[in-house]
Design a protein around this ligand. Structure first.
Ligand code: MRU
Length: 360
């Protein structure tokens, strides 16, 4: 995807198959810095500290983490310890365990001397499959946007929360893929970008992606969405997911649920772009059974931005001795979700349709 007119992806391996590179997303949009992941510790840090983030990208990074572990030592003992270590880096996005379990299942039966290469090929395939899944989600989502455009015949206003663009995946993204495809098809689009406190993925990442692709967008703080919807300023919402249950409940960035409530109250379609790698077929009840990450309260009590001297700096914004709590995700019950946009098609957010994905 485009950054200052050049193509970029979030994670790649150099042709020597030794160096895994990522964009350090903590510095965006102020600085575009590429870093190399050399050790399993580097990969765990990158996921936990959110140098890489977004459910699909977390899965791909973990897969390359397993390859780096094999380069360190391809014994099953080291690979199993590395897998356990990586699995603890972030709890909510199911793509992490999805990718690691996929690799663990296969390597048991592979000779030690072939193991490293096998994991490399799996990591490359997981990355490539994720790109294709996102592109397909874009195509299916584009059809939904076209339907609204055919009726409205003027600019479509889409609200999105957090960042579910290419920075959250490898290319295209999930929720932003239909928007990129609509733009490529000359459908006039305007995007409402939720700030997404506390880490501001909307302002820092989604806005940056859209501006780089020349897509019209306006930045709004998290509480504006309801007002926009009441005044007919939103035609549809599209968000991503970190874990969708078998019954269609969607766990996504904190604040998603409130947007879904407002959309339901105003009869606005609320779509969730969900690759099958983000579906947890083992969990039924999102509210009781999905682990919700609690992050450092400092993310709430501080804000980071760029100062007058163009230096990235962090400011405290709360009273001395105040207490903050930082829940990173919430769950939107399936009844508020109009449709799930998967790479296999647009489906209802219910058990029958989600089970059906396994047969496609
Ligand atoms: O905490 P983050 O930035 O990893 O959270 C990201 C989100 O909530 C995304 O919406 C989700 O991972 C879907 S990404 C395609």
């Amino acid at each position: 995807m485009l950054v200052n007119g050049s193509n970029f992806t979030t994670i790649w391996i150099e042709s020597d198959n030794q160096k895994v590179k990522i964009i350090d997303q903590r510095l965006l949009p102020h600085e575009l810095k590429v870093v190399t992941l050399n050790t399993v510790n580097d990969v765990e840090f990158a996921i936990r500290e959110m140098q890489v983030r977004g459910a699909p990208l977390i899965g791909v990074a973990a897969a390359f983490g397993m390859y780096i572990a094999a380069l360190e030592d391809p014994s099953l003992d080291h690979l199993s310890k590395s897998a356990d270590f990586l699995l603890k880096s972030r709890p909510t996005a199911v793509n992490l365990s999805w990718a690691i379990n996929k690799i663990n299942l296969e390597i048991k039966d592979i000779n030690k001397e072939d193991r490293t290469n096998h994991i490399l090929n799996m990591a490359k395939k997981i990355r490539q499959d994720e790109i294709e899944a996102c592109s397909n989600i874009g195509d299916y989502g584009l059809e939904l946007i076209k339907k609204i455009y055919d009726k409205k015949k003027s600019k479509i206003n889409i609200l999105t929360h957090c960042n579910a663009g290419w920075l959250a995946a490898v290319e295209w993204g999930t929720a932003l893929a239909p928007i990129f495809k609509a733009n490529n098809n000359n459908i006039p689009i305007h995007v409402w970008v939720d700030e997404t406190r506390p880490r501001n993925q909307g302002f820092n990442l989604t806005a940056w992606e859209l501006i780089n692709e020349n897509i019209d967008c306006s930045l709004v703080v998290d509480n504006v969405g309801g007002h926009l919807m009441q005044h007919n300023l939103v035609d549809m919402c599209i968000v991503g997911t970190d874990r969708t249950t078998l019954t269609g409940d969607v766990c996504n960035k904190i604040g998603t649920y409130l947007k879904a409530l407002a959309a339901a109250d105003n009869n606005i379609p609320f779509y969730v772009a969900a690759p099958t790698s983000s579906i947890d077929f083992n969990v039924r009840n999102g509210i009781s059974d999905i682990p919700i990450e609690e992050r450092d309260p400092k993310e709430v009590s501080q804000v980071t931005g760029i100062d007058e001297n163009k230096k990235i700096s962090t400011l405290k914004i709360v009273p001395q001795n105040s207490k903050s709590v930082n829940y990173a995700f919430d769950v939107t019950p399936s009844k508020y979700i109009s449709k799930l946009i998967t790479e296999k098609g647009v489906i209802d957010a219910n058990e029958k349709s989600i089970k059906g994905l396994k047969e496609i």
